[in-house]
Each structure stands twice: as C-alpha cells, then as structure tokens.
Design a protein around this ligand. Structure first.
Ligand SMILES: [Zn+2]
Length: 404
C-alpha cells in the first residue's frame, strides 16, 4: 500500500527537475516558447499514462503592458487637450474634450481590472495560446471534483520588479497613477472654474504620473522575459509530480482535473477559456491554484485579492485550508488593492470555490523573485517543493475522505 510508494521528497525532486527544464528558457504569453512548455507538459502526462490529455487552443492577449500604454496614453491625451486647446478653442471646449478622455481611460481601467470586456480590447495584439488539461478519475464513484491549476507562461522582467525597493515603489506609484485618472476630472474642473493655481499644478503632477505609466507600458515589451522558475515553473512541476503520485495512488471518490493555463501573465485569457469550456461541469469543484511555490520557508493562502474590486475565498474552503495546513503554519495573506492578483480572481468572480497557495520567506513581505531576470532554476529550493507537495497531498486526502 502507501508504504511501498515513493516518499514525498522524491516527488519534490521530480517537481524540481520538471521546473528546471521548463525554466531553462522564458515562456512569454502567447509565444512559441509558451507552446513548447505546453508540449512538454503534454508529453509528460502522456508518458505518465494519462488518457485523453487535451490541449485547448485559444487566442490570448500578448501583454498586459500594452493595455497599460493604451489606458494611460488616453489619459495623456486628456492632459494635452486641456493645455493645448484652451487658447485656440476656449476653456469650455478644452475642458469637455479633456474630461471625455479621462472618463474613457477610467472606464477602460475599471472594466479591465474588474475582469469585464472593454472597448478597444480586440485592437491590442493577440496570439495563439493554449491550456493543457488532464483528468484523473477516482477508483470508485465520483463524489467530488478538485481542479489543480498552474500557469505555464512567465512575465516580462520590467524594471519595476528588479528589486524589493522598486516593487514597493511600483505599488505606491500604481495607486496614484490609477486614482489620478479619476482625480483628473475634478482637478481640471476646479482648475478651469476657480482662480486657485494649485489645481493647475496638481493637473501637471498627475500628467507626470500618467506619462510614467504610459512610458512603462510602451517600453515594457522591449525587454526580456523572466525565466519564471519560481513564477511559475515551480507550480507546473509540482502539478506534474502530483499527477505521477495520483496515478500510483488514485483517490477513492474524487476526480482530479489538472489545468495548465496559458496567458495568465498577460490577461487571464487561459483561465477564461478553461471555464468557458468546462465551467458548467466544474461548478461544484474546488479549485486549488498554485503560484510561486518553489522558494521560501512557508506557504500562505491568498484570502482576498483583486484589482479595484475584491474577491474573498469561501469560508468553508478557508476552514479546510487552516485545518489541513496547521502543521505547516499555513496562514492568510491578501494582495494589494492594485498591481498584483492571480487567476483566482476570475474563479472567485464567477462564483467558483477557489484558493491560491503561494510560497513566501519569513521576514519578507515580497514574493520571491517575482517577475525578475534572476528568477532562475538554480534558486529553486527542493525543501519548498516538498512542503507544497505535502500540503497539496494532505488537502487531496482531506477532500477525498470528507468531501469538497
Ligand atoms: Zn505567476
């Protein structure tokens, strides 16, 4: 029985080996390299004996940064309209055109970050991407479903992620830059309608932030992609090792679905395609999302996340996580109000039971190697991969014994 099967540390070694191979090169969203990673995962699942591994093709956004350039570019036009048109066209006309651009920019940002479709979405560059999906039936009758998810792609190593200091700065600047799109409307109204010069200076200050946002967006894709060893080859490797263990030790009553998604870093288009295809069958399933699990001395679950609009994991799922993760001191974290979120936001928005597990280092509030060029395979820690394997396995046993 169990005592003849390989130990968790061997599965962690196997996860590490997969992650090292995947992170040997970067895997940009909707690129040939992302496709190669999908091919690797498919080949591994096939050789592990899985029947009917599905590659689900979809068209996904190539970069989140082009949306950033679009939104803040529109805000910059708003600033320019006010300053350039007030002389030739008069304050009234300049104000109306300027405010229309701020309102449109703010509308796009709101729709995008609250995970709704938005005008001009199709004009942003898209490319071919794919999810890899496999299911593992239980020995007995299926009484519950668990979906294990990890994304295949890696992010651009934009300069804002280069050090902990820059990441912190990025957090503050993002808030001011986004809030500034909405604040620009009353600021320019007051600049035009009152004699107080402070509002014109405030308008110029906001323009500086919007220039920085636009400049970041327009130049981000000129740089290199992160190798993405921790984010998120570590999770893909973890799922492949779990798949091996599940074929050797299948669950009694719980069907496992493995979903390896494309385009997480650019848009979440992979997760959207996945739930479009399988969402109805998985409405009662529990989704466990794995993010950056290959470095650190602890694991957290994300209790609350989402840009601008917030989503919280279901209470009953949180109770299970706390119960099963007690031995590993599993505790909650929340993502900031803007600047960082996972595909779990999409699942929670559409009413699925989902939670994201993420590795961390004690004493640091930063995600290890997040979106950096230094997110290389040599930094992965087998102890971290063993910890997440143990937790995931215990969770699966708990769901199998007492339902999801
Ligand atoms: Zn990630």
């Amino acid at each position: 029985m169990d005592n003849v099967s390989p130990s968790p540390s061997l599965y962690a070694q196997s996860a590490l080996s997969h992650a090292q191979k995947l992170a040997a090169s970067p895997r940009g969203s909707a690129t040939a390299a992302e496709k190669q990673a999908a091919d690797y995962v498919q080949a591994q699942l096939n050789s592990a004996g899985f029947q009917g591994v599905q590659v689900q093709p979809f068209t996904g956004e190539r970069s989140i940064w082009l949306f950033v350039a679009l939104a803040f570019g529109l805000a910059l036009v708003g600033h320019a309209a006010y300053w350039l048109l007030c002389q030739p066209a008069g304050y009234g006309t300049a104000l109306v055109i300027s405010l229309a651009f701020f309102a449109f920019s703010g509308y796009l940002i709101w729709r995008k970050f609250t995970l709704e479709d938005y005008p001009l979405h199709r004009t942003l560059p898209h490319g071919a991407s794919q999810n890899v999906i496999a299911t593992i039936p239980p020995i007995g009758e299926t009484q519950g479903q668990v979906v294990l998810v990890a994304h295949l792609d890696s992010h651009r190593a934009v300069f804002w992620f280069a050090s902990d200091f820059m990441v912190r700065l990025f957090g503050y600047i993002s808030i001011i830059t986004i809030a500034g799109v909405y604040a620009a409307i009353p600021v320019y109204l007051l600049a035009a309608l009152t004699p107080y010069r402070v509002f014109t200076w405030l308008g110029i200050l906001l323009a500086a932030f919007h220039f920085l946002g636009w400049f970041t967006g327009i130049t981000a894709d000129l740089g290199r992609y992160s190798p993405g060893a921790n984010d998120n080859a570590s999770s893909v490797g973890t799922l492949l090792a779990l798949a091996d263990r599940l074929t050797a030790q299948p669950l009694q009553n719980t069907e496992i679905c493995l979903a390896f998604t494309g385009c997480e870093e650019s848009s979440g288009d992979g997760m959207l395609a996945f739930i479009k295809q399988r969402g109805v069958q998985l409405k009662q399933a529990v989704f466990i999302y794995f993010e950056m699990v290959g470095i650190g001395d602890g694991i957290s679950y994300i209790r609350e996340e989402g840009n601008l609009s917030r989503y919280t994991i279901p209470q009953e799922l949180e109770a299970v996580l706390l119960e099963v993760g007690k031995g590993l001191a599993l505790g909650p974290v929340s993502t900031p109000f803007v600047g960082a979120s996972t595909e779990c936001s999409i699942l929670l928005k559409f009413g699925y039971k989902a939670a994201c597990l993420v590795g961390y280092c004690h004493g640091s509030s930063f995600l290890p190697q997040w979106h950096r060029l230094t997110d290389t395979p040599d930094r992965l820690q087998v102890e971290a991969l063993e910890r997440i394997h143990l937790l995931a396995w215990d969770l699966l046993q708990r769901f199998d014994q007492r339902g999801v």
